[in-house]
Design a protein around this ligand. Structure first.
Ligand code: GRF
Length: 193
């Protein structure tokens, strides 16, 4: 019997460096009928990233790059993405800045998720800094990627209250939970769904 299939999903690549909870979440999201994406490819700059367990588990093609030569590595990645007809890149805890050349050469959308209410607290240690500055709120942001750190156009944000006795670990946990809601929503938004 012929297998019935829904509308074609957008081939998506996810770039990671670490735990991969957002990767796992996006893979799960991609399995939903309403999801417009199919996770076709995972790239890591760290061959011992914990998140690599997910492409293995779900049988998704993946590759690790050491980025020793950044421009050569980016060129290779662009070839890989073209081969797999990737039309969307989601950075999910990917700890490197992509070059302007890479961004200009990838003709489709590149998104990133960041654990703060950008433009506040770009870069690392966002939760520690938010607590140190006695912020009442922090949160997470999904934005388009440009060649500057955590600086592209904002797509969606979610505010999270910082409680009295919050420490950076509890805040990280709270925000990560919201990231897992926000990233799929932002993908739907940029794809006009
Ligand atoms: C998340 O907080 C994300 O916003 C930031 O790095 C962390 C990655 O977490 N860019 P995970 O690897 O997805 O669990």
């Amino acid at each position: 019997m012929k297998k019935l299939s829904g509308p074609k999903k957008i081939n998506t690549a996810i770039f990671i460096s670490g735990n991969g909870s957002n990767l796992r979440n996006l893979i799960k999201f991609s399995f939903l009928k309403k999801s417009p994406i199919q996770v076709k490819y995972v790239i890591s700059d760290n061959k011992i990233a914990k998140g690599l367990r997910y492409p293995k588990k779900y049988n998704i093609d993946f590759k690790c790059y050491n980025f020793l030569n950044k421009s050569l590595t980016e060129k290779k990645i662009l070839v890989d993405l073209k081969k797999r007809k990737i039309r969307l890149i989601c950075l999910a805890g990917f700890m490197r800045l992509l070059s302007r050349n890479f961004i200009d050469n990838f003709k489709y959308k590149i998104l990133n998720i960041h654990p703060s209410l950008l433009p506040k607290y770009k870069g690392l240690n966002t939760h520690k800094r938010a607590i140190k500055h006695k912020e009442k709120f922090s949160g997470c942001t999904v934005h388009f990627v440009n060649a500057k750190l955590d600086s592209g156009k904002i797509i969606l944000q979610k505010k999270v209250k910082i409680s009295k006795n919050e420490n950076y670990k509890t805040l990280e946990k709270k925000i990560l939970k919201q990231e897992h809601v926000l990233y799929p929503k932002a993908i739907m938004k940029v794809l006009n769904l």
